[in-house]
Design a protein around this ligand. Structure first.
Ligand SMILES: Nc1ncnc2c1ncn2[C@@H]1O[C@H](COP(=O)(O)OP(=O)(O)OP(=O)(O)O)[C@@H](O)[C@H]1O
Length: 371
């Protein structure tokens, strides 16, 4: 994560050498993944209990130490569900998650808790993890109490150190959450997880509820902690420009599956999947030049229900380039550029859109209109 890079200066290719399945940063190429996910599936019973909501339906990836792994996609695409599963808050209904190589299933509850502690989540709502009745100091001490092994004096000293690390003044320790701003509370949330020596923090829309003016400061704090402690982040957000700015790699999620996964600058500057291109061109705010889609691709209609996803390619019902094949066959997950994977029948190393448009003009179209 490096939010100090401005949005108008994309990362250089050299700084983003990539290895399939792990990090985009060269120093992480040989490091064992902090987390590796294989064929993850998470299903919920629907509200009436009669159907199954396939919120996540077969995603695989690995995150390297110190990497920021961005996850984007429309509302309902499964981002939060993936994030909650990574933080151990939701048991997978299929597939495996390995934490530093270990599958935690079947462990004793105590061992599981000890391991899981190092994979944390910070939510959009700064109040989500703070008890309004506790002082900030008590809130900072609470996770250490649960973890055990420190004396009250040690816990207090560690809490004060982390308050400082998170950029907060010592006198805030005696305040209650309602006396702090949203940005300050989000800093407390970050300070709370530091004593747990996190390996991975899932950042779920962590700046979405904050004033635009302080978003950069919070992102800088995440970046500083990453540099200092080598923490990896799974960074979930709607705001494409922010995800592009902070991530080493980006996964593009649609209806519980990944459509595309690759180095951040490649995904945002030379997207392979029409869904990624559509997300880029649908950005309400003007994006920096390097993130702008070459032409506008309209994303029509709502995301279909994960109870009954479309056959073949899940995106086909909204894809301007869909053809007969897309309804019949789910596209394979292919690596078409080094470290850059895509699930689209028509993606090639030089991109997709032109190739698919040429074919679609000659064949029957099963999707929306062209363009
Ligand atoms: N506890 C649950 N019970 C039933 N369905 C659920 C549950 N949690 C999530 N879902 C469904 O799973 C799908 C994915 O939801 P999820 O919150 O992961 O998406 P998201 O991409 O994070 O969306 P948003 O950006 O709005 O947070 C949605 O259709 C959602 O309604």
């Amino acid at each position: 994560m490096n939010p100090r890079e401005t949005l108008t200066s994309p990362r250089s290719e050299a700084s983003a050498g990539n290895v399939a399945g792990t990090a985009a940063r060269p120093e992480a190429e040989t490091a064992a993944p902090v987390i590796s996910v294989e064929d993850l599936a998470i299903a919920f019973p629907s509200l009436d209990g009669r159907e199954t909501v396939k919120a996540v339906d077969g995603v695989s990836f690995a995150i390297a130490p110190g990497e920021t792994f961005g996850i984007i996609g429309e509302s309902g695409s499964g981002k939060t569900t993936i994030g909650r599963a990574l933080a151990g808050l939701l048991p997978p209904t299929g597939g495996t998650i390995r934490y530093d190589g270990e599958d935690l299933r079947g462990m004793s509850r105590r061992d599981w808790r000890d391991r899981r502690r190092r994979y944390q989540i910070v939510f959009q709502d700064p109040n989500a993890a703070l008890d309004p009745r506790m002082t900030i100091l008590q809130s900072l001490i609470e996770p250490m109490k649960i973890a055990g092994g420190r004396s009250p004096e040690e816990m207090k000293a560690e809490a004060m150190r982390n308050l400082d690390r998170a950029g907060l003044r010592a006198e805030l320790a005696d305040r209650h959450p309602h006396e702090l701003s949203g940005g300050q509370k989000q800093r407390v949330n970050i300070a709370r997880v530091l004593p747990l020596n996190p390996r991975l923090i899932v950042c779920d829309e962590v700046v979405a509820a904050l004033d635009v003016s302080i978003r950069g400061e919070i992102l800088n704090l995440f970046a500083e902690l990453q540099r200092e402690f080598g923490i990896a982040y799974a960074f979930i957000a709607h705001d494409l420009a922010i995800v592009a700015q902070v991530s080493d790699r980006i996964a593009v999620t649609y209806l519980g599956r990944f459509m595309e996964l690759g180095p951040a600058e490649a995904v945002t500057e030379r997207p392979l999947h029409p869904y990624t291109a559509a997300l880029l061109s649908a950005e309400p705010r003007p994006l920096p030049a390097h993130l702008r889609a070459p032409r506008r691709i309209e994303l029509k209609g709502e995301i279909p229900s994960p109870v009954n996803p479309p056959s073949g390619c899940r995106f086909r019902t909204r894809c301007p380039h869909a053809q007969g094949l897309c309804a019949q066959q789910a596209p394979e997950w292919r690596e078409v550029r080094p470290g850059h994977h895509v699930a689209c029948h028509f993606a090639g190393p030089d991109g997709l859109v032109e190739h698919a448009s040429q074919q679609s003009s000659a064949k029957t179209d099963t999707g929306g209109d062209h363009r």
